[in-house]
Design a protein around this ligand. Structure first.
Ligand code: C2E
Ligand code: CA
Ligand code: CA
Length: 654
C-alpha cells in the first residue's frame, strides 16, 4: 500500500503496518505518481483530511496511474468537507472514508479497496501481460511522462517530447495518432487508435482529454497477438459448443424422436463491436463470457439441461431445443431481458441488448436449411429498429413477434399485473416490520411472469412509465386498506430509472400517495445503483424531495458491480440494501466475508440502516447479524406473498 499524507504525524501508516500491510509512505505530492508506480502497490491511500485542495491535486496526479494499474485509490476526508467527495471521485478516487473513523474501520476500508484492486487486476489480466503502459502529455509545460513499463519498452530513460514518441511509429500510424489527438474536444474527450509497436505487436492507445487543463492521458493496451489470451478465452468458452458441434446436434435431433417441435434461436449481441473497439479485446472477451453465462442461465431456468447452447463465432449464440412454441417464446423473452441488463467492463458500463432470429424445423429440413432460415430471421431482426425477435415463416419470409410487449397493454387494462409483498424482518427482534412490493404478471397462457421479464417487455413496448404508474397505484391502494394486523408495516416501492428521469415526478408521486390515503411516513422508495448512476444529480434531487416529504429512501442492489461509496456520502439515504449475491457471500471464503463486513461497517458509519436481501439460510442470517446488519429479507422468512398469505403469516407470528 502506498500512503500519501500531508499531516505532521502519519499514524495510519503504522496502523496498516501493524496489520501486516507493506507500507510505502510519502509526504509530498511531487513525483507521487512515479513513486506509486515503482512501489508496486495495488492500493494508494491519500489522506486529504484537513488538506482538501492538496488531496484533490494528489488524487488527480495518481488517479490515472492507479487506473492503468488496475489498482484502487482510497481517499480519507474530513466529515465537514463532503463537497470535496465529488471532486475526489472525478479525480480518480475509487473509495472514501470520512473521519472520524476507528483503526478497525480504516483497515476494513483498506481491505475493501484491496479487494477492488484484485478484481480490477483480474479483469485487466488478459491485457496486462506487460507492466502497465501509459503516458501523459501536458500541453502547458509540454512535458511527456511515461509509465516505467512504456519507458523501458521504448528505451527512453528520461521523458521524451511528444514528437519523439511519435517517431516510433511508421508514417501511416503517425497520421492516425495525430488525427486521434486532434479529434478530441470538450464534447468528445475520449478516443482511441490502434497500431503496431515493436516488441509487443498490435496495441490500442486509449486517449482521454482533460478539458480543464488540456492534458492528455493515454492507457496503452496490448491486443495480445500472443496466444495466451485467445487460449484463455477458448478455455473459458469450452462449456459452450462450437458451430460444428451444434450442426451435428441439430442433425441428430432432426432425425430422432422428440418431445416437441425442434426450434432454433440465433442470438446476436447489439453493438458488441463498439465495446471491442472502445475498450479493447480483453474487455470484449470478458463481456462475451458473461453474455454466454446469461444466455445459459436463462435457457436452463426454463428448459433445464436438455437444450443446446452454442457459440457460433463472433458475438452470435445459438440455442436449440425440442419444446412447444410458448416455452420457446418465454426463453427468448428471458434471454432478451438478460442481455438487456448492463454489462460491467472494468470501470465502464456497456448496455448492449440483442436481436434474435427464431425458426421451427419442418419435416423436410436438414440442419443447414434450418440454420439458414434462423439466420434470415436474425438478419431481419437486426435491420428492424424495434423488433428484438423475428420468426421465420413457412414461406421464407419473417414476421415480427413481440407478443409479450403487445399483450402488455391489455394486461394492464385487464388488471393482470399485480403485486406480491415480501416481508422485511428486524434481525434483533425477529419482528416483521415492513414489506417490499414486487410486480407479477398473471399471464393467461404462460402463468406467472416475473418482474424482470415484465419490465423488459415494458421497455420494448415503451410502456415503462405506464407500468410503473400502474404498479405504484395498485400497491398504494392495496396498502391503504390492509387489514389491521398489517397496519404498522412499512411499504417499500421500487422506482425505475424512467421514473427518476421524469420531470415533476416527485409531485406527481406524492399526490398519488396522498390520494391513496397511505401515510407518507410509512413509505420507503428504493432506487438501484444502476438507476442512480444514469444521472446522479437528478436522483439526489428527487431523493431529497421525497425524504423532505416524510418518506424514507433506500439504495437497492448495493454491491452488484457499480458500487462506489462516493454515492453514499452524496445522497440523502436512510437504508442500504445489500444485494443478495453479496449478502450470501457472508458464508463464503474469509475474503468474501471481509468485503461484506466492510460494506456493512461503512454503511453503518455513514448512519445508514443495513438491509440484507436474499437471505435463505439460518447460517447466512447469523453471519449477517454478527456483522451488524439490522434488517433482512429473503426466502428464510418468506418469499413474496399475497396479502392473504402475509396476513396469515403475521397472525401466526404474533
Ligand atoms: P429487487 O428489488 O432486488 O427484489 C428482490 C428480488 O429478489 C425479487 O425478485 C425477489 O423475489 C427475489 N428474492 C427475494 N428473496 C430472495 C431469496 O431469498 N433468494 C433469492 N434467490 N431471491 C430472492 P423479483 O420479484 O423477480 O424482482 C426482480 C427485480 O425487479 C427487483 O429486484 C426489482 O428491481 C424489480 N422489480 C420488481 N417489482 C418491481 C416493481 O413493482 N417496480 C419496479 N420499478 N421494479 C420492480
Ligand atoms: Ca428492490
Ligand atoms: Ca435488490
Amino acid at each position: 500500500m502506498f500512503v500519501l499524507s500531508f499531516r505532521q504525524r502519519d499514524e495510519l501508516a503504522s496502523v496498516a503496518a501493524a496489520a501486516g500491510w507493506q507500507v510505502v509512505a510519502a509526504r509530498r505530492a511531487g513525483g507521487a505518481e512515479r513513486r506509486f508506480l515503482s512501489s508496486g502497490a495495488a492500493v494508494a491511500v491519500i489522506d486529504a483530511r484537513g488538506a482538501t485542495a492538496d488531496g484533490i491535486a494528489a488524487t488527480a496526479a495518481l488517479g490515472s496511474a492507479v487506473e492503468a494499474n488496475g489498482g484502487a485509490l482510497l481517499a480519507l476526508v474530513s466529515r465537514g468537507e463532503n463537497g470535496s467527495i465529488t471532486a475526489l471521485f472525478d479525480s480518480g478516487a475509487t473509495h472514501f472514508l470520512a473521519s472520524p473513523f476507528s483503526d478497525a474501520e480504516f483497515l476494513q476500508a483498506l481491505r475493501f479497496a484491496s479487494r477492488h484492486a484484485e478484481r480490477m487486476a483480474r479483469e485487466w489480466q488478459a491485457g496486462a501481460v506487460f507492466a502497465p503502459l501509459g503516458w501523459r502529455y501536458d500541453p502547458v509545460t509540454r512535458s511527456l511522462l511515461l509509465t516505467p513499463g512504456l519507458a523501458a519498452l521504448l528505451d527512453c530513460v528520461e521523458a521524451p517530447r511528444l514528437r519523439t514518441l511519435l517517431l516510433h511509429l511508421d508514417h501511416g500510424d503517425r497520421l492516425a495518432a495525430t488525427a486521434a489527438i486532434r479529434r478530441m474536444s470538450g464534447t468528445r474527450p475520449a478516443t482511441a487508435f490502434a497500431h503496431d509497436l515493436d516488441g509487443i505487436g498490435r496495441i490500442v492507445q486509449h486517449l482521454q482529454l482533460d478539458t480543464d487543463t488540456g492534458r492528455i492521458d493515454a492507457v496503452v493496451e496490448p491486443l495480445g497477438s500472443k496466444p495466451e489470451p485467445a487460449a484463455e478465452v477458448r478455455e473459458a468458452l469450452a462449456g459452450a459448443r462450437d458451430a460444428g458441434s451444434a450442426r451435428r446436434w441439430l442433425t441428430r435431433h432432426l432425425a430422432g424422436e422428440a418431445a416437441g417441435p425442434l426450434h432454433v434461436l440465433l442470438i446476436a449481441l447489439n453493438r458488441f463491436e463498439m465495446v471491442n473497439t472502445a475498450y479493447g479485446r480483453a474487455a470484449g472477451d470478458a463481456l462475451l463470457r458473461s453474455a454466454q453465462t446469461r444466455v445459459k442461465d436463462a435457457v436452463q431456468e426454463i428448459l433445464g439441461r436438455d437444450a443446446l447452447v452454442a457459440r457460433m463465432g463472433g458475438s452470435t449464440f445459438l440455442v436449440a431445443m425440442c419444446a412447444p412454441r410458448l416455452r420457446i417464446d418465454l426463453v427468448a423473452e428471458r434471454i432478451a431481458s438478460a442481455l438487456a441488463r448492463p454489462f460491467v467492463s472494468g470501470d465502464s458500463i456497456a448496455v448492449l441488448g440483442c436481436r434474435i432470429g427464431l425458426a421451427e424445423a419442418f419435416p423436410e429440413d436438414d440442419a443447414a436449411r434450418l440454420l439458414r432460415r434462423a439466420s434470415e430471421a436474425l438478419a431481419e431482426a437486426r435491420e428492424s429498429d424495434s423488433a428484438t425477435l423475428r420468426v421465420a415463416d413457412a414461406d421464407g419470409g419473417s414476421a415480427t413477434i413481440d407478443r409479450l410487449a403487445v399483450e402488455l397493454h391489455h394486461a394492464i387494462e385487464r388488471g393482470d399485473i399485480g403485486i406480491l409483498l415480501q416481508p422485511q424482518v428486524a434481525i434483533a427482534t425477529g419482528e416483521i416490520i415492513g414489506v417490499e412490493a414486487l410486480a407479477r404478471w398473471q399471464h393467461p397462457a404462460l402463468g406467472t411472469i416475473g418482474a424482470e421479464t415484465l419490465f423488459a417487455a415494458a421497455q420494448r413496448a415503451d410502456l415503462e412509465i405506464g407500468l410503473s404508474d400502474h404498479i405504484q397505484s395498485v400497491a398504494l391502494k392495496q396498502a391503504a386498506s390492509w387489514p389491521a394486523v398489517l397496519s404498522n408495516l412499512r411499504l417499500s416501492l421500487n422506482l425505475t430509472a424512467a421514473d427518476i428521469a421524469r420531470p415533476g415526478f416527485a409531485d406527481l408521486f406524492l399526490d398519488r400517495v396522498d390520494a391513496s390515503g397511505f401515510p407518507r411516513t410509512r413509505l420507503t422508495l428504493e432506487i438501484t445503483e444502476s438507476g442512480l448512476i444514469e444521472d446522479l444529480g437528478v436522483a439526489a434531487g428527487l431523493l431529497s424531495l421525497l425524504r423532505g416529504a416524510g418518506c424514507r429512501t433506500a439504495i437497492d442492489d448495493f454491491g452488484t458491480g457499480y458500487s462506489s461509496l462516493a454515492y453514499l456520502k452524496a445522497l440523502p439515504l436512510d437504508y442500504l440494501k445489500i444485494d443478495k449475491k453479496l449478502a450470501q457471500d457472508i458464508t463464503g471464503s474469509p475474503r468474501d466475508r471481509i468485503v461484506v463486513r466492510g460494506v456493512i461497517d461503512m454503511a453503518r458509519s455513514l448512519g445508514l440502516t443495513v438491509i440484507a436481501e436474499g437471505v435463505e439460510t439460518p447460517e447466512q442470517l447469523e453471519g449477517l447479524a454478527a456483522e451488524g446488519c439490522q434488517i433482512y429479507q429473503g426466502f428464510l422468512c418468506a418469499e413474496p406473498l399475497s396479502v392473504t398469505a402475509l396476513t396469515a403469516l403475521l397472525a401466526k407470528v404474533c
